[in-house]
Design a protein around this ligand. Structure first.
Ligand code: UD1
Ligand code: CA
Length: 446
C-alpha cells in the first residue's frame, strides 16, 4: 500500500483567560513539556510531515514550543476568534495543495495519543472522508453531541443549539477530527455562522459532508485521553492522568515502583528493566536510568544519566549533567551537578560534587565539597581513579587529585595532589594535659 501523506493543524489561538496567567494557555506544562508540544509530538509520531499552527496575536513563544518538536511548522495568526472553522481557515494557505490526511487537533488537549491519531488515519485510508473523535462524557453539558445513524455520523450538535432529545446523548465531540485532504477546503468554505453563538463551527462540516454523500464516521476514545484544559484545576487533572500513564508504562516495561502514586515522571523519562524506584521520587526532564539501577526514597533527578547497578539516595539530588557510570553510588544528602561519577565510585554522604570528574572506584568522604564557583567562573575538579578524599574536605577548583591519592580529613586542597600520596592541609594536633580539669576547678570555686 502507498504511504499516505499527512499534515496536522493545531488550534491554539485562545489566550485561556480562565488560567489567569500572563502566558498563553497552551504553554502551560504537563510533565515539564508545554501542552502544545505534547500535541505536536503525538501528531508527528502518528506520521504528520508538517504542522500548521493557528495562534492569536503575540504568540511567538507558542511557535517556538512547537518548533522544538519539529522543524516543519507554519504558523498562522487568527486575529479575531470567530470559531473553530474560522480558526482552521486561518491556515488556508497550507491547504492549497493538501496532503492525503489532514488532522485537526487542539493545543489544549495534550494527552491525545499518537495511536489514536493513527487509527483515525487508518479509517481515512479505509474509505472514510471525515473521522471525528468522540468520548462518553461523565458530564456532557458543555460539549457538542455526536448524532449517529447506522454507523454514519450525521451531525454534531453544539450544546447551545441542541434539542432536549439531543442533549440526552452522552457521546461527545472531543474536537479532534481527520479529513480527507481532497474535500476539507470545499467543506470549510461552506460553513456559515447561523447558530446560537454566531460562530463558524468546524462541527458543521459533518452535516455538510453528509449532504454531499461523503462517508463520515465517529471513533471513541477514553474521556481522560481527550480531557481539555481551561483552568488550573483541569491542568492538575491532566497532569495526574499523565502521571498515571507514565507509572503504568514504567511498570509494564519492567521497573518496580514500590509506591507508584508517589513517583513523578517527566515527559521524556527513560527507565530500564529491573530498576527499583522507592517512594517519593521525582524525575525532572532529561533523565535516563539504565537496567538494574536503584533509586531510593526521596531522590530528585533532572538532566541526569544513571548507568546500570547504580544506587541513588535516599535523599539524593542529581542535577543536569550528572553522569553516573556503572555501579556508582550517590547517597543521602548529596548533590551532583555536571559531573561524571565513574564506575564503582562512591559519594555517599552530605557532599556537593559539581563540575567534576570522579575517577573509577574513588571514595568521596562525608561532607566533601568541590568549590567550583568563585562568584564569576566555574572551574573543574579532577579526581583520579581509586583516590580517597577524607571527610569534610574542600577541593578548591581548578584542582587535580591524582589517582590513588589520600586526602586527609578536613583538608582544604588548592594545589595538585600527587598520585598515591597522603596530602593534608590541617594544623598539627596538640594537647595540654589536665588543662580541662584545672579549668573546671578554677571556675567552680566560690
Ligand atoms: C469545541 C467544539 C465542541 C467540542 C469541544 C471539545 C466546535 C464548534 N465545538 O467547543 O463540539 O465538544 O470543542 O472541547 O468546534 N479556537 C481557536 N480559534 C477560535 C475558536 C477556538 O483557535 O476562533 C481553539 C481554542 O483555542 C481551543 C479549540 O479551538 O484550543 C476549541 O475551542 P473552544 O472554544 O474551547 O471550543 P468549544 O466551543 O468549547
Ligand atoms: Ca473548550
Amino acid at each position: 500500500m502507498m504511504q499516505r501523506s499527512c499534515q496536522a493543524i493545531i488550534l491554539a489561538a485562545g489566550q485561556g483567560t480562565r488560567m489567569k496567567s500572563s502566558k498563553p494557555k497552551v504553554l502551560h506544562q504537563v510533565a515539564h513539556l508545554p501542552m502544545v508540544s505534547h500535541v505536536a509530538k503525538a501528531a508527528i509520531n502518528a506520521g504528520s510531515q508538517k504542522i500548521s499552527l493557528v495562534v492569536g496575536p503575540d504568540m511567538d513563544p507558542v511557535l517556538k514550543a512547537v518548533r522544538s518538536i519539529h522543524k516543519n511548522v507554519q504558523s498562522h495568526q487568527q486575529i479575531e476568534r470567530l470559531g473553530t472553522a474560522h480558526a482552521v481557515l486561518a491556515a488556508e494557505s497550507d491547504l492549497g495543495q493538501p496532503l492525503d490526511d489532514v488532522i485537526i487537533l487542539y493545543g489544549d488537549t495534550p494527552l491525545v495519543e499518537s495511536q489514536t491519531i493513527a487509527s483515525m488515519r487508518a479509517a481515512l485510508s479505509n474509505g472514510a472522508d471525515v473521522v471525528v473523535l468522540g468520548f462518553r462524557a461523565e458530564k456532557p453539558d458543555p460539549y457538542g453531541r455526536l448524532l449517529e445513524e447506522e454507523g454514519q455520523l450525521v451531525a454534531i450538535r453544539e450544546a447551545k443549539d441542541a434539542s432536549e432529545d439531543e442533549l440526552k446523548v452522552d457521546f461527545c465531540n472531543a474536537g479532534i477530527m481527520a479529513f480527507s485532504g481532497k474535500i476539507i477546503l470545499q467543506l470549510l468554505k461552506r460553513i456559515d455562522n447561523d447558530n446560537a453563538q454566531k460562530e463558524y463551527y468546524l462541527t458543521d462540516a459533518v452535516e455538510l459532508a453528509n449532504r454531499s454523500g461523503h462517508k463520515v464516521v465517529a471513533m471513541e476514545a477514553e474521556e481522560a485521553e481527550v480531557q481539555g484544559v481551561n483552568s488550573r484545576l483541569e491542568l492538575a487533572r491532566v497532569e495526574a492522568t499523565f502521571q498515571q500513564r507514565a507509572r503504568l508504562n514504567a511498570m509494564t516495561e519492567g521497573a518496580t515502583l514500590q509506591d507508584p502514586e508517589t513517583v513523578y515522571f517527566a515527559h521524556d523519562t527513560k527507565i530500564g528493566r529491573d530498576v527499583v524506584i522507592e517512594q517519593n521520587v521525582v524525575f525532572g526532564p532529561g533523565v535516563e536510568v539504565a537496567d538494574e539501577a536503584t533509586i531510593r526514597a526521596f531522590s530528585h533527578l533532572e538532566g541526569a544519566k544513571v548507568a546500570s547497578h547504580c544506587v541513588i539516595g535516599p535523599y539524593a539530588r542529581l542535577r543536569p549533567g550528572a553522569d553516573l557510570r556503572e555501579a556508582a553510588k550517590v547517597g543521602n544528602f548529596c548533590e551532583v551537578k555536571k559531573a561524571v561519577i565513574d564506575q564503582g565510585a562512591k559519594v555517599n554522604h552530605l557532599s556537593y560534587i559539581g563540575d567534576a570528574h570522579v575517577g573509577a572506584k574513588a571514595n568521596i568522604g562525608a561532607g566533601t565539597i568541590t568549590c567550583n564557583y568563585d562568584g564569576f567562573n566555574k572551574s573543574k575538579t579532577e579526581i583520579g581513579a581509586g583516590a580517597f578524599i577524607g571527610s569534610n574536605s574542600a577541593l578548591v577548583a581548578p584542582v587535580i587529585v591524582e589517582e590513588g591519592a589520600i586526602v586527609g580529613a578536613g583538608s582544604v586542597i588548592t594545589k595538585t595532589v600527587e598520585a598515591n600520596s597522603l596530602t593534608l592541609t590541617r594544623a598539627k594536633q596538640m594537647a595540654l594535659s589536665n588543662w580541662a580539669t584545672k579549668f573546671r576547678e578554677k571556675n567552680s570555686k566560690g
